[in-house]
Design a protein around this ligand. Sequence first.
Ligand code: ATR
Length: 475
Amino acid sequence: SPKATAQIGVTGLAVMGSNLARNFARHGHTVALHNRTYAKTEALVAEHGHEGDFFPAESAEDFVAALQKPRRIVIMVKAGDATDAVIDEFAALLDEGDVLIDGGNAHFADTRRREKALRDKGIHFVGTGISGGEEGALHGPSIMPGGSEESYKSLGPLLESIAAKAPDGTPCCTHIGPDGAGHFVKMVHNGIEYADMQLIAEAYDLLRHVAGYEPQRIAETFRTWNTGRLDSYLIEITAEVLAHTDAATGRPFVDVVADGAEQKGTGRWTVQTALDLGIPVSGIAEAVFARSVSGHADLRGAARELPGPAREPLAPAEAGEFASLVEEALYASKVVSYAQGWNMITAASAEYGWDIDLGAVAAIWRGGCIIRAAFLDRIRAAFAADPQLPTLLADKGFAAEVGKAQDAWRSVVATAVGRGVPTPGFSAALAYYDALRAERLPAALTQGQRDFFGAHTYRRTDREGSFHTLWGGDR
Ligand code: ATR
């Protein structure tokens, strides 16, 4: 049997697993390789063997025997039943103190269940969020490991070596918290990503149909925004997509793409989980629903003839001013969706006893992941200044910016409504902002109704206790 020389093993060598294995090897680690179908392992070594020190193993036993102790195995198989099957296979071969890492997109509840089962056997199970897609896996992802503190001692340095580096040089990887914390935070990352993409899409729609800009012009506008506070990967690639011309037709690429968006499910998980936790994430929810609406050809077809305002663009003289208002609305809405995402992390951290460092989450999203942005350093700083910050909107800096943007934000939403351009993200974010700042909410009336029809009782503004009114009628 082979000498135990590998620092890390990767099992599951589809694109993500292969790229992660290559990334480890390129950073000087000896990497044991394993895949259910050995041909994939051989293909990887044939193509990329020269990039570093690989140990291809055909059997799970040889793979495990090739690893230094404590053994560290990254599982990169299809999320779901395959993950459970692979965990069972390896758990039987591992010893106490070994570390089994799930780098797939698992639901945090599954991770909690798996972690508990393996903990009982003395094996560290580390559910790890990995963001950045195939490119990130190869060149430096943002890595969000959960699991025990102890597992991070042996695993952390390896992960940090292959992680993206933030602009200040720090690795985009930190121990998030126990059991499912890593996968939870990855889920919220994806929810925020949905919201960011939706807000950008709404900004595009407004620039196209209200400002009357062509895609090339909108690409230029996004490029300009990308030099300011909106500087981010998503704004950057948006400009590229909008500037792209379809080779077959010569038309703007965006005009030949079918307008039904797809989703893999992490956005949906975020919203489902937020409902369970009782945290309003309206910005993220609207983004998930907007994709859903776009995909309903049946509903859209049935409603196509409903009346609404004609989409006349503004006069060119007004378009530039409107575009700058859209930048403000986009920024303010973005702050809201991030604020909501962080509220979710705060709530889950309390619920599950994870003790998540809220600023550290922002810090490791500064590089490698899809929502990487200059903006995240501001969030890191906001939580560094006040770890108990109840909402990002209460941070002095963000409060001042959003306060300054609110007139523009209202004007953009009002214009959109008046002109029949749907802006669910901008509108929901603004409604949330106004709800938080309202002195009185109509929830008082809701409580009255609940007491009327269901004797649910209510609390009063002027006295302690719970009250029920004997309503008239024969209810
Ligand atoms: P792809 O990404 O290539 O479409 P996939 O079906 O998502 O493939 O599977 C990704 C990885 O999970 C592959 O390495 C796959 O192993 P094979 O190459 O042998 O197909 C692995 N995988 C899927 N189901 C598995 C299972 N039940 N047990 C072990 N590995 C599994």
